[in-house]
Design a protein around this ligand. Structure first.
Ligand code: ZN
Ligand code: ZN
Length: 175
């Protein structure tokens, strides 16, 4: 076995050895955000800048969003981005429970996107057709219409609904 001498670089602070000079230079250097404040390892910016960026992003979304008065809003749910409420009364009750002062109640909330539970039978048919031989087309399907009518009737019976935040809609609370 041949043994060779190698060159290494040592961090002047913790004395750890590195194969490359640039790594040794970075070794004990504090992690700094572009704004000059320290940042956590694994993050490119500091916690304050993360909060600031979120605020900026929400402000941009707010500016772009259509504004709807609560009384004219047709969807059954509102959201603050993480919690969902049926209306401003429920939202404010929740805030009161959490000790938020009435003077600090928000004047608006995000709208919601409503997704009704339904089976997408057209896509299921396409997927099933794609598994068949190359020349397979709709002509090979017997009673396609019957299936579509049946599933559309069945979908109409479903009552479950899911709600997701809709950043394109701002609901003005209590108006
Ligand atoms: Zn070091
Ligand atoms: Zn920062």
């Amino acid at each position: 076995m041949e043994i060779k001498e190698i060159k290494a670089y040592q961090c002047g602070n913790c004395y750890k050895l590195h194969y490359y000079e640039h790594l040794a230079k970075e070794c004990c250097k504090p992690l700094v955000c572009d704004c000059g404040k320290p940042r956590r390892a694994g993050y490119t910016i500091c916690d304050e800048c993360i909060v600031e960026n979120d605020k900026k992003r929400d402000q941009e979304r707010y500016d772009r969003a259509r504004k709807v008065n609560e009384s004219e809003y047709k969807v059954a749910m509102l959201t603050d981005g993480s919690n969902f409420y049926h209306d401003s009364d429920e939202y404010y009750e929740e805030l009161a429970t959490n000790g938020v002062l009435e003077s600090e109640y928000p004047t608006w909330a995000w709208g919601c996107e409503e997704v009704k539970f339904a089976v997408d039978i057209e896509t299921s048919l396409e997927t099933a057709a794609a598994d068949m031989h190359d020349e397979f087309d709709d002509d090979y399907i017997v009673d396609r219409e019957e299936l579509l009518v049946l599933v559309s009737k069945w979908n109409a019976k479903q009552t479950a609904t899911s709600y997701y935040v809709d950043h394109g809609t701002v609901v003005i609370l209590g108006k």
